[in-house]
Write a protein that binds this ligand. Structure first.
Ligand SMILES: [Zn+2]
Length: 324
């Protein structure tokens, strides 16, 4: 699938930003997600369909998923697209939403490496410090789903979390119980409320400029330390635009929340290609998460360090069907 060239935009944020305090239930104040110690700049990928203004809404929605990395960002890579050798397309997993595409299940080392390098570094939008390297959680991850919107999808969203937990044990992922503090907040909302949710998180000015350029629908913000440890992720998931949009957003945004912050519109295997709607956890994305959460790939690790490590990790985990 071909895609228009992507551009960047940089939106300077005036002054300092408030600390992150947008945790569960903090409705009384004006919660924000910015690191108060950072000077801020946003780097975003404009939504091509929004720019043209002539695409159908469904197409716009497909492209509108967005990741936000707060405080830290690595670079955004546009590696050349090799001829891919992935094979064995299989039907989507049992229980996937109707219309979900088939998936590739066998990958070469090069295909896994290229995807990991493109998706684990960088993001659509950043606020704060210069890029450092790998970002991921360094402790067991607890996720909490907050009900919202006109369609009750709490159980479905919790099932998505449990799907990730089962498929990638190294995430050490579970649903937060009772009063437990969550590391990933998943907020379910109607599309009409998305903009106000962004404004609550990022302020009106930034939201206005950003929405004008990217027309985002679902989104995730990731706050991490300078060392690359993710402190908290917050995902906003649209519930009222049908099953395909919901499950596509749910699986896509959680990948961001775990630390795969970027997109790659030229990668035909990943849910993080904004030109695709997937709606389930693919073998490819599961493989990238297993790499990210391997004990040898650590927060803050540079692209050079990671690239040197990946062949051995891919081999040890048995992820590639070819050493090419
Ligand atoms: Zn995204």
């Amino acid at each position: 699938m071909t895609h228009p060239a992507l551009g960047f935009l940089t939106l300077p944020l005036a002054g300092t930003a408030a600390r992150h305090n947008a945790s569960a239930g903090e409705r009384g104040g004006s919660p924000r997600l910015f690191d108060e110690t950072s000077h801020a700049a946003l780097t975003a990928i404009p939504d091509p369909s929004a720019q043209r203004g002539a695409k159908k809404k469904s197409q716009r929605q497909r492209r509108a998923k967005m990741a936000v990395a707060i405080a830290i960002l690595a670079f955004f890579a546009h590696p050349a697209q090799p001829v891919h050798a992935a094979s064995n397309r299989e039907r989507p997993p049992h229980g996937s939403v109707a219309g979900a595409p088939p998936q590739y299940t066998r990958f070469t080392r090069a295909e896994l490496t290229r995807g990991f390098m493109a998706l684990a570094f960088g993001s659509d939008l950043r606020i704060g410090a210069r890029p450092r390297g790998i970002r991921r959680f360094e402790h067991p991850i607890r996720a909490r789903v907050y009900a919202g919107g006109s369609v009750d999808r709490v159980a479905e969203m919790q099932a998505v979390v449990e799907d990730y937990a089962r498929a990638v044990p190294a995430l050490n992922l579970s649903l937060a119980q009772g009063a437990q503090q969550a590391d990933i907040d998943i907020r379910l909302i109607d599309e009409k409320d998305f903009r106000s949710a962004l404004e609550e998180a990022f302020g009106a000015k930034v939201t206005r400029e950003f929405v004008a350029r990217t027309d985002p629908q679902c989104m995730t913000s990731v706050k991490s330390t300078a060392d690359g440890d993710i402190v908290r992720s917050v995902s906003f998931i649209i519930v009222d635009k049908g099953d395909q949009v919901f499950f596509d957003c749910a699986y896509h945004e959680l990948l961001h929340a775990f630390g795969l912050s970027n997109h790659d519109q030229r990668n035909p295997f990943t849910t993080l290609n904004q030109g695709r709607m997937v709606g389930y956890l693919t073998v490819y994305d599961r493989s990238l998460l297993r790499l990210l959460y391997d004990r040898r790939v650590t927060p803050g690790m540079s692209p050079v360090q990671v690239r040197a490590l990946l062949p051995q990790v891919i081999k040890d985990l048995g992820l590639a069907t070819s050493a090419r």
